[in-house]
Write a protein that binds this ligand. Structure first.
Ligand SMILES: Cc1cc2nc3c(=O)[nH]c(=O)nc-3n(C[C@H](O)[C@H](O)[C@H](O)COP(=O)(O)O)c2cc1C
Length: 330
């Protein structure tokens, strides 16, 4: 069974992917309740952290109940990354993850995120320096390569392992692909099949059903699956995958009561954590999925995503339960 440093994980663990503006403490707590084995924060700028930028620092908050949790940081400057390791350590996470995969221009053009895939030596030396600078296990999340013609992920993963990286999560797309096309898991399986690899190799990209998670395990032989979009507004995804692995059958989808309860608790935790205004605003993106597939739900959804007042959103949840409590989800 895979281990990240001293953290023992179950067979084929499911990891909640780092997602900007999504993987915050309330959402991570819900995913953890539903079976996520490891959760990661959204990416946090090392430059922001060392400037003590309030928004970056707030992202370091973690709840005890979500452990094991990894804090993900990004940056390209060695000094800033090392200083931010020290800041991150004060939050006492279980893992420090380095983002070498973010494809967005403003990150890449500074040589951070997936930008570093153009300079593998730097990727390796930065990882080595960070590993030496902390007692916490350091993991890496990356993509297959910069573009189709420069995929060297087998060599890259081995070099990262050799400098002390404790696990690697690989999104099966290149930077140039952004989110287009289908994720290609074959190169990730090649990494896993390299006889020199002994750290866990987690697959990422397009795990969107229990069947696809099973393919990643059985056909591609990976050590675990990192799940992003399939969990947004649907933390039950983790439980559904585990149930399928255990029984070969599909768990019934959550009832309306369970959905309303999760939405309520999500909003309440968000308000407790970041105050009413931000809590109400930043939880909105999940409601569409929480209540997906209910006919004639538009008016209530509009109330949920446009009200600035928490009491109005909670009232909309109550109304959803009263009006659609009988709805059978497919
Ligand atoms: C809204 C959103 C935000 C994301 N933010 C991050 C991030 O902060 N750090 C990171 O490494 N990847 C980030 N990603 C990429 C995901 O972690 C993941 O690699 C990608 O979505 C593919 O996995 P999936 O098909 O399961 O969603 C983000 C993806 C989405 C959709």
């Amino acid at each position: 069974m895979p281990k990240i440093g001293d953290i023992q994980l179950p067979d084929f663990p499911l990891l909640l992917a780092p997602m900007e503006d999504v993987s915050d403490p309330p959402f991570r707590a819900l995913c953890k309740e539903q079976g996520a084995d490891v959760v990661y924060t959204e990416f946090i700028s090392s430059e922001g952290l060392i400037r003590d930028a309030a928004k970056s620092v707030m992202k370091l908050d973690i709840y005890e109940k979500e452990r094991p949790v990894g804090i993900q940081i990004f940056g390209a400057n060695l000094d800033s990354m090392l200083q931010s390791v020290e800041i991150v350590e004060q939050s006492n996470p279980d893992i420090i993850d380095i983002n070498f995969g973010c494809p967005v221009k403003k990150v890449v053009c500074k040589g951070a995120g997936a930008g570093i895939l153009k300079d593998i030596d730097k990727m390796v030396s930065l990882t080595e320096a960070m590993v030496k600078h902390t007692k916490l296990p350091v993991t890496v999340k990356t993509r297959l390569g910069w573009d189709e013609s420069s995929i060297r992920i087998v060599e890259v993963a081995e070099r990262l392992q050799d400098v002390g990286c404790q696990a690697i999560s690989i999104h099966g797309r290149t930077r140039v692909q952004m989110y287009k096309g289908e994720a290609n898991w074959h190169p990730i399986a090649e990494v896993k099949n390299n006889p020199r690899m002994h750290i866990p190799v987690f697959g990422n990209g397009d795990v969107d059903s229990p069947e696809s998670a099973m393919r990643m395990r059985d056909e591609f032989g990976l050590d675990g699956a990192m799940i992003g979009r399939a969990s947004i507004g649907y933390p039950w995804f983790f439980k559904e995958v585990k149930h399928y692995f255990k029984t070969g059958t599909h768990l019934a989808p959550p009832t309306m009561e369970e959905r309303v309860d999760a939405a309520r608790r999500h909003l309440q935790m968000a308000i407790d954590w970041k105050g009413e205004k931000l809590g109400v605003f930043e939880t909105r993106r999940h409601y569409t999925n929480y209540f997906k597939g209910i006919p004639n739900f538009k008016e209530l959804r509009m109330k949920m995503v446009t009200s600035d007042d928490a009491a109005d959103v909670f009232a909309a949840f109550d109304e959803a339960l009263e009006t659609f409590g009988h709805h059978q989800f497919a």
